[in-house]
Design a protein around this ligand. Structure first.
Ligand SMILES: [Zn+2]
Length: 158
């Protein structure tokens, strides 16, 4: 879904919805799968001042833990206030302050906006804080497992 950023801001337009994993190709390329999530994109502006787009995302994503190779799910939240600049050059020429700016002169893909914020919110390293035991425990040697073992051997022999 494309929007005209300045028009979106002027009309204080709003888009809300569910994150579609299939639209998160760059997230996938980083090794993360978006399991579920929601977004809320809201335009706004002051009368003689800047226009902006606020982007809120909350999502659950999955990757493979780099240490134990088991699934790792993380929840990320992002809340960005993006001021609209008149051009790409204006974004680059802006003062080095804490304001995030985007080029508002070109149509913007809402999914790309959401994906940008998701990527910024992802952990640097996909790894459990504490991994579950990665060693497969020794086979229990109770009567049931002996019976199962015998059954399996018989099946394999057949
Ligand atoms: Zn792990």
């Amino acid at each position: 879904m494309q929007i005209d950023p300045f028009e979106f801001a002027r009309r204080r337009d709003r888009r809300q919805g569910e994150i579609v994993a299939a639209e998160m190709g760059r997230v996938a390329a980083l090794g993360w799968q978006a399991l579920e999530g929601t977004f809320d994109v809201q335009g706004g502006g002051s009368d003689n001042g800047p226009s902006w787009i606020d982007v809120r995302v909350a999502a659950r994503l999955r990757t493979i833990c780099q240490r134990c190779l088991a699934d790792l799910d993380v929840e990320v939240k992002a809340d960005a206030h993006l001021e609209l600049a008149a051009s790409e050059a204006a974004v680059n020429a802006a003062e080095d302050d804490d304001i995030e700016r985007i080029d508002g002169s070109r149509p913007l893909e809402v999914a790309a906006l959401i994906e940008d914020e998701l990527i910024l919110a992802l952990p640097m390293v996909g790894r459990h804080e504490v991994c579950e035991a990665t060693v497969v425990p020794d086979r229990p040697q109770g009567p049931l497992s002996k019976a199962l073992g015998a059954w399996t051997s018989k099946r394999l022999a057949d």
